[in-house]
Design a protein around this ligand. Structure first.
Ligand SMILES: [Zn+2]
Length: 206
């Protein structure tokens, strides 16, 4: 791509670093911003910068938050004895959208994937096991995507907590193998949480 301006080229290059944004789309977006009043670009740049600098991760569940402990974790109307284990923040958003879950979450920050070099120590697993061992947890619901990595991660956690009194369950697999949670429709996802099955059964079915 030949640019008549180095400034334009820099902006396009930065924009095209984003996932799913090729050089052509980046150019379209940048030219769009140029046509808009200058403040629009300022608002966008400020919002991104402020988000990057000030955003926090909940000290309890690792969900994204503006404060140290997220809104879900401090909400007295939620059932703090039921923890839904998810891979990332998008899963929390997807499950919250169903309106069917009144417990709290634990965000792992990914799943065990040796191919991608992600081992258990890079995920928020220790803090989950500690929570369970503290004795305040009645049930752990595994809600990871039903991929091999998801199953490996579930089983790794299960092994560490199976000797405690905690009930372990897995969301019903109305969601076919390989589907990511965030793409499941709200009704299906909501039902799969209500119709969750004992975790031991989910291992046998695989
Ligand atoms: Zn939280």
């Amino acid at each position: 791509m030949d640019f008549s301006s180095k400034l334009l080229e820099n902006a396009v290059n930065e924009m095209s670093q984003l996932p799913g944004i090729g050089k052509r789309t980046a150019l379209r977006l940048v030219l769009h911003l140029l046509k808009q009043p200058k403040e629009h670009t300022e608002f966008l740049a400020n919002a991104l910068q402020k988000m990057r600098e000030d955003i926090k991760f909940c000290k309890s569940c690792h969900n994204i938050s503006d404060v140290d402990i997220c809104e879900i974790c401090v909400n007295p109307n939620r059932n703090h004895h039921i923890i839904c284990v998810v891979e990332d923040i998008r899963d929390v958003m997807a499950i919250e959208n169903t309106g069917q879950f009144r417990g709290i979450y634990h965000v792992l920050g990914g799943k065990i994937s040796p191919i991608d070099g992600i081992g258990p120590s890079q995920l928020n697993i220790t803090s989950l096991v500690e929570k369970v061992k503290s004795g305040n947890v009645q049930e752990i619901i595994f809600a990871l995507s039903s991929t091999m990595e998801g199953d490996t991660t579930n089983f790794y956690i299960y092994k560490q907590i199976k000797d405690t009194n905690v009930i372990t369950s897995s969301i019903a697999r109305g969601i076919s193998v390989g589907d990511e949670l965030e793409y499941a429709d709200e009704v299906t996802l909501g039902r799969s949480i209500i119709n969750r099955i004992p975790f031991e059964n989910s291992i046998k079915n695989n």
